[in-house]
Design a protein around this ligand. Structure first.
Ligand code: T5A
Length: 215
């Protein structure tokens, strides 16, 4: 049996990540895949509640301290995520370490310093970057409610995201309709899973989880 695939959706604020994650999970379930949704920050944990208080401006924190909390919020989920991938469950993940580095670097922290706490996390098999101009994001529901939803910062965040881009990234035009983005994402995911399943039938060696984020 092939292990589950780690499918990540990244992008600036209001690009439609949560909408697409939910649609992707529903469509994969309909097709008979075993799949779960994860979201970062996970605001349900104790660390996640501290992050929520910061994002909603009810708490102030040093830039480095909040960066480390976002990273700790990923590490606390890591054992459970690995177990699920090993059990053949696919994970659709709404934001991850690329967001961590992009936002903190855009605020002025050093890029390498920002990557270090996330070194060795499980690395995604497929990353979609939902690319939306800030001028379009501003028109979408809810923009401006949280701390980072400001034009100049979002533009710097996008620049850092694009510096982090690697071979497993697919850039998606997030100006497109919800349905056409969904069709594109689902096509890519189905292809990735099909290839993994065919490889698993042919290969003798283990299909290991990739534990080399930022390494
Ligand atoms: N952060 C996060 C860090 O600084 N460090 C980190 O390590 C991490 C993980 C919260 C903040 O934390 C920062 C980044 C963020 O600033 P969050 O909880 O993911 O992160 O933020 P949310 O506010 O929940 O989500 P986003 O603002 O990123 O929105 P989404 O999920 O991209 O967008 P979505 O799907 O909720 O849609 C937004 C609106 O647009 C509409 C939707 O109906 C909705 O109204 N919409 C579309 N409209 C037109 N066309 C489309 N194709 C549309 N798709 C959605």
């Amino acid at each position: 049996m092939a292990r589950g695939r780690f499918i990540l959706l990244e992008g600036c604020d209001r690009a439609g990540k949560s909408t697409q994650c939910e649609m992707l999970v529903a469509a994969m379930k309909e097709r008979g895949h075993s799949v779960e949704l994860c979201k970062f920050p996970d605001r349900t944990t104790t660390i996640g509640q501290m992050i929520h208080a910061y994002l909603t401006n009810t708490r102030e924190l040093d830039d480095r301290a909040i960066h480390l909390l976002f990273s700790a919020n990923r590490w606390e989920a890591m054992q459970a995520m690995k177990r699920k991938l090993q059990q053949g469950i696919h994970l659709v993940v709404d934001r991850y370490a690329y967001s961590g580095v992009a936002f903190s670097t855009a605020k002025g922290l050093d890029l390498t310093w920002c990557k270090n706490p996330d070194r060795g996390l499980v690395r995604p098999d497929l990353t979609f970057f939902l690319d939306l101009p800030t001028s379009e994001a501003e028109k979408r529901g809810g923009f401006g409610e949280e701390r980072y939803e400001k034009r100049e910062l979002q533009e710097r965040v996008r620049d850092v995201f694009l510096q982090l881009k690697s071979n497993e990234w697919v850039i998606v035009d997030a100006c497109k309709s919800v349905q056409s983005m969904h069709n594109e994402l689902l096509r890519e995911v189905e292809h990735k899973i099909r290839v993994a399943e065919e490889d698993a039938k042919l290969a003798d060696d283990e299909d290991d989880i990739l534990e080399d984020m930022f390494m």
